[in-house]
Design a protein around this ligand. Structure first.
Ligand SMILES: Nc1ncnc2c1ncn2[C@@H]1O[C@H](COP(=O)(O)OP(=O)(O)O)[C@@H](O)[C@H]1O
Ligand SMILES: [Mg+2]
Length: 259
């Protein structure tokens, strides 16, 4: 549980277009790391390379090495499905399976993996995951109703419960609050603080206050211009990135001068 992530000279392509160039980063276990930067600089693309989802896009590929602890997830013979069960992902828009109940949504990952379990084992997994996502008390009387009937903020926490139910090592979140109201956003931020006790959390966010609130370290990405690859410009303690960055682009970005 909770693994470090190490990227070595990671380059991420869509066909011939290099969207992200030469990223080197080490992310500690049991931590929250924020990725910030202007739109189009490759944050989502890089995030999706961390669990081998990027290659699902036709023609997309990755060059370089990416380690979970000491295991290279891009080594020959590694099954991307196994990688994705170790590295879970939460998306911008909450995406519970619309025809499934709250309970079935939480168990969806196990079902996909073909895990066999008794009713009481399943009940335990559902309760633990929903408690882990700070959602149990709100849904305990509506377990068999559709997950899509919950509020947006509850749906996002249901998606987080679905992710933690399979006990991954890493949780990736791509702007998980961008579709949520301020109260639901705070609920997710509280939850992220709890999740880092057990998981390595990486969150892409447009909201610099959010990055400052939830993360210990922040990576700033930028692009030199249209058609140029995104690069990681600076990576440091979040307080340094926001108060005393060493790179001039970082300084201009966190001061709100572009992006
Ligand atoms: N499916 C795709 N096919 C081709 N290019 C893509 C695709 N998705 C994103 N891109 C390009 O990759 C670059 C980085 O995009 P993205 O990772 O979405 O940036 P961000 O998340 O920082 O806004 C952009 O130039 C974008 O147009
Ligand atoms: Mg994005």
């Amino acid at each position: 549980m909770s693994k470090s992530i190490t990227a070595e000279d990671l380059n991420v392509y869509y066909g011939d277009f290099r969207a992200v160039a030469d990223v080197n980063i080490e992310i500690a276990p049991r931590s929250v790391t924020a990725f910030i930067g202007p739109s189009g600089c490759g944050k989502t693309t890089f995030l999706r390379s961390l669990n081998r989802m990027h290659e699902e896009v036709p023609g997309a590929r990755v060059k370089g090495d990416l380690y979970l602890d000491d295991d290279n997830i891009y080594a020959p013979g590694v099954d991307p499905v196994t990688v994705r069960s170790m590295v879970g992902m939460v998306f911008q828009r909450p995406n519970p399976f619309p025809t499934m109940s709250v309970r079935e949504n939480v168990l969806a990952g196990h079902k996909l993996n073909g895990t066999r379990m008794s009713k009481s084992e399943a009940d335990d997994i559902v309760e633990k995951a929903l408690r882990g996502a700070n959602l149990f008390n709100e849904v305990k009387d509506r377990m068999d109703r559709p997950g899509s009937g919950l509020s947006g903020g509850q749906q996002q926490r249901l998606c987080i419960a679905r992710t933690v139910a399979v006990e991954p090592d890493v949780i990736l979140m791509d702007e998980p609050c961008s579709a949520l109201d301020p109260i639901s956003t705070l609920a997710i931020e509280d939850l992220i603080a709890d999740l880092k006790e057990d998981y390595t959390v990486v969150i892409v966010t447009h909201n610099m206050q959010q990055a400052a609130r939830v993360s210990e370290k922040t990576a700033f990405f930028n692009i030199a211009g249209v058609g140029e690859p995104g690069k990681m410009v600076e990576y440091d303690q979040t307080s340094v990135i926001f108060n005393n960055p060493s790179n001039e682009q970082t300084e201009r970005y966190v001061a709100g001068k572009f992006g």
